[in-house]
Design a protein around this ligand. Sequence first.
Ligand code: NDP
Length: 450
Amino acid sequence: MAYDYDLIVIGAGSGGVRAARMSAGHGAKVAVIEGDRPGGTCVIRGCVPKKLLMYGAAFSADAEDARGFGWNVEVEGHSWSNLIAAKNAELNRLEDIYRSLLKNAGAELIDGWAVVTGPNQVTVNEQELTAERILIAAGGAPQLLDVPGMAEHAITSNEALDLEIFPEEIVIYGSGYIALEFAGIFNGFGAKTHLVYRSDLPLRGFDADIRREIATALQGRGIILHPETTISAIADNDNGKQVSLSDGAVITAAQVMAATGRSPNTGGLGLAETGVEMGGRGEVVVDESSRTSVPSIYAVGDVTDRINLTPVAIAEGHAFADSTYGRINRVASHDNVASAVFSQPPIASVGLGEAEASEKYAGITVFESRFRAMKNTISGRAEMSYMKLIVETASDRVVGVHMMGPDSGEIMQGIAIAVKMGATKADFDGTIGIHPTAAEEFVTMRSPRS
Ligand code: NDP
């Protein structure tokens, strides 16, 4: 049977664009359907704008630190609107690059919202298109909790990146990646920042020591923590948003930001109606080759709710293209995926936390280092850095590495290669450090924690 295309990709985010480009490069006739801006969550509403704002926010602490080194620094305010304009100009540039990447690869970009109407059929702009295969790469979106006033009065990370007026006081709900990153951004630009979360410590799922360390560091930076607390209602009045907390307190703030998780963008896509198996959170269920229960339909990235990170979506999209059109059979590896939380200070990790490692292995040995970064001695900043190595005792293999401190994301990328290769503690010990750096601590930890 003749189809209009070999492949239709729904979603021009990181995973979809990589799959489309590589498939077209292998000779497939490809269309990509996108109703919003090419680039997707990471480029338009996530990683990129977030990190630009994070860089901007960090200058206030840099200015404080500079005084310890003899600089007479006076920060005379900040123009939020200038920053947002500069950020938007950069996003426009990146969006153009994404459009060119698709064009140069020979993939056709169609502007519109797609609905899957059959195993080989998609409707967009009231037009029916057919393809031998369909790849769902529609991403995810912030989810709002069912709390009175939340839907009407709370913003999400989408709006937080584009606020016209900088909020002098903000309540952030949640303590995951997004909550901590935005707390660092708003706090850095001078907002009185509250973090409200239901657990005892931020970042559930991370190593317990890292969670304790970051709670102390966030407080040290001036963020007001409200652990074991939920938001019971939000109302609007002349002074701002009135946020009622479960402990009875009421905060009046200029903005409330919900950072309580994200859910897959599958509503209205027509997948269940086409026979695609869906999971309980609305995610597309796939096998390790990213194939759904309908053999001609595949899915990659956040829409599958596996590991919701941009580089993972890219790896899944690339593996799909190589395996399907490039005759290079491979699957994307989901083992030992390193990640960073760009909080201030940042956190990065690869492998298992201590609790997971002790559950998995008969015996583990833990090495840790808690120190004041050299820059902080003269700057006078009391903040500590923390590093931790978790080793399977029997094999001497390093199975978990965690860090909180400056540049931890940059440091962890190299460590992740070693862990992925199965490096042992002896390999770490046999590596000469680069002096003076914080990273050298990872190769000089000699005594296990008692
Ligand atoms: P996370 O899953 O990291 O955090 C969600 C937060 O919402 C948690 O604190 C959670 O609390 C809280 N929460 C969820 N449900 C409720 C509830 N019913 N009542 C109260 N609190 C609730 O989600 P994010 O939105 O921060 O990020 C989504 C994903 O995006 C991340 O998991 C990550 O994969 C990705 N991401 C990665 C980034 C990076 O790589 N730097 C940056 C941003 C996002 P609890 O912990 O108690 O469950």
